[in-house]
Ligand binder design. Sequence first.
Ligand SMILES: *[C@@H]1O[C@H](CO)[C@@H](O)[C@H](O)[C@H]1NC(C)=O
Ligand SMILES: *[C@@H]1O[C@H](CO)[C@@H](O)[C@H](O)[C@H]1NC(C)=O
Length: 196
Amino acid sequence: MYAVVLTFAATVWSAGLEAGSAGPPPFSDYAATARYVVHNNDWGSLASISTHPPFNGKPFTNVFSVSDGPVGNGTGVLYFFVSPLDVTVQDLAVNPNASLSMSEVESGYCTSEKWDAEDPRCAKIVLSGKIVTVPQHETDFAKTALFSRHPIMAEWAKIQTHKFYFAKMEIENVFVLDFFGGGNIVSPEDYYNANV
Ligand SMILES: *[C@@H]1O[C@H](CO)[C@@H](O)[C@H](O)[C@H]1NC(C)=O
Ligand SMILES: *[C@@H]1O[C@H](CO)[C@@H](O)[C@H](O)[C@H]1NC(C)=O
């Protein structure tokens, strides 16, 4: 009896936490969940089609530090600070199609719920599209977005030989798996217009 009451109290408490601004959106709001995971991640795994032996022709995933805006000001646009010396960037010069995978694990929420990374409730997001150079008028924002969350990038910018530049993904597809029953496709329009 005691245990039942305690369990109930704990459920109400955690439901209250989820409703708070710090918690994730309801799982059924797939667009908002995608934006939440993107904004609360500092990195993701980016897959390109490899042009480098022995991986050529195969998907090649590589870790990239990303930002969609300063903390509290996410835009949904994924910005990267990359160098042409990077093997993935060389792949993208041949084929700009890429997919980025991110997990809600990064925010600490899944761990606090004791959910394994592969638990369907621990949100997984895959965004795909083309990686392009950030246009001149947008570089100030890309720089603020990235350098505010990855201060070391200011040092990378000084390494002349590496020729780091700002890139972003032109998102074409969004896949969200955040509950039992399989994944969901979110249109880029719904993703950018999500209520976050
Ligand atoms: C978010 O962006 C707005 C408009 O550019 C700015 O006024 C505000 O200070 C920013 N807030 C944060 C937390 O960066
Ligand atoms: C990139 O993906 C698009 C489909 O979104 C496809 O039409 C195009 O051929 C691909 N580009 C290359 C270089 O494979």
